[in-house]
Design a protein around this ligand. Structure first.
Ligand SMILES: Nc1ncnc2c1ncn2[C@@H]1O[C@H](COP(=O)(O)OP(=O)(O)OP(=O)(O)O)[C@@H](O)[C@H]1O
Ligand SMILES: CC(C)(CO)[C@@H](O)C(=O)[O-]
Ligand code: BAL
Length: 283
């Protein structure tokens, strides 16, 4: 049976209060819809870790730095609901923009520092939009558990920081990136890649893996990152926003592999901005 689709915050609040009153562990899986196996892996993890699962579907205008990106973002609610049916999620919260940002809305939740670099440097205001809506979703659902994908690794770090700093009583669980057979990280924006661009897209992950092997073998980081940028461009991408080695917890940039690290990249292909990252381990 399909889960009820809630449009009103008041309905979400009463359901969640009822479940918590019954002693249930409530989990939230925040999404922007256009669901794929990556999202479903989060739902599967939430299903295994909690008694009640709320999936939120909201294309959050405040986190889009590019109006064309917002206008072109896929919206497939009916299909999303049928993809969720086999997981027996307990509720889908899919509010309209006025429910989330009623007239007079004037508050921004902003995490300093962590959001200055990587995607934050290339998408002005993006993380403020994410933390504002995620703080609201945490308050609205009162979830004990929240599931996010490692595909958006900086987002995961920023949301963890926000929850810690604001004393929000939620356990944030990061889930591994789900990939296509050719290595491309699943992403709703992949739908916008045409034949040739889709064929070129795995070059991003391949470049990260190549650089990762070089760095793990002890060769200089700067040279490996330069080579990865060149490989992404020669693979058919038009521009590289960044390829960086960072500490896995704080995301500070590293010029040597002296602690658990993450190699992260963002690049543009056929007008679509793709991101990816991999874990690196010390020898
Ligand atoms: N391939 C994936 N593997 C694991 N988790 C994922 C994957 N893709 C998205 N997620 C996670 O799903 C949640 C919702 O993401 P979102 O709805 O933005 O989807 P998306 O595919 O990342 O879309 P896009 O990047 O095109 O906006 C986020 O926590 C995100 O990290
Ligand atoms: C976490 C999120 C649902 C907030 O809008 C979004 O940034 C996403 O889909 O990753
Ligand atoms: N998946 C992260 C949301 C965004 O790119 O806006």
């Amino acid at each position: 049976m399909s889960a009820p689709i809630l449009r009103r915050l008041s309905d979400l609040r009463s359901l969640s209060a009822q479940w918590r009153g019954e002693g249930a562990r409530v989990a939230v899986v925040p999404t922007m819809g256009a669901l794929h196996e990556g999202h479903l892996s989060l739902v599967r993890a939430a299903r295994a870790g909690a008694d009640r699962v709320i999936v939120t579907i909201f294309v959050n205008p405040r986190q889009f730095d590019n109006p064309d990106d917002l206008a072109g973002y896929p919206r497939t609610e009916e299909r999303d609901a049928s993809l969720l049916a086999p997981f027996a999620v307990d509720a889908i919260y899919a509010p309209g923009p006025d429910e989330v940002y009623p007239g007079g809305f004037a508050t921004t939740v902003s995490v300093a520092g962590l959001t200055d670099r990587l995607c934050g440097a290339h998408r002005p205001g993006h993380f403020d939009g994410v933390t504002t809506v995620v703080a609201k979703l945490f308050n609205q659902t009162q979830a004990e558990l929240a599931y996010f994908g490692e595909k958006d690794f900086q987002q995961l770090a920023v949301v963890r920081r926000m929850a810690r700093d604001l004393d929000i009583a939620v356990d944030i669980i990061g889930c591994p990136t789900v990939r296509e057979a050719d290595g491309l990280a699943l992403s709703s924006r992949n739908q916008r890649l045409t034949g040739a661009a889709r064929a070129a897209a795995p070059a991003l992950y391949a470049a990260l893996r190549g650089a990762g092997r070089t760095i793990e073998s002890g060769l200089p980081v700067a040279g490996a990152l330069d080579k990865a940028r060149a490989a992404i461009l020669s693979g058919g991408f038009e521009a590289v926003d960044y390829v960086e080695l960072c500490a896995a917890d704080s995301l500070v940039p590293l010029d040597r592999l002296d602690r658990p690290a993450r190699l992260l990249a963002a690049a543009h292909l056929a007008g679509v901005r793709l991101i990816d990252n991999i874990a690196l381990s010390q020898a």
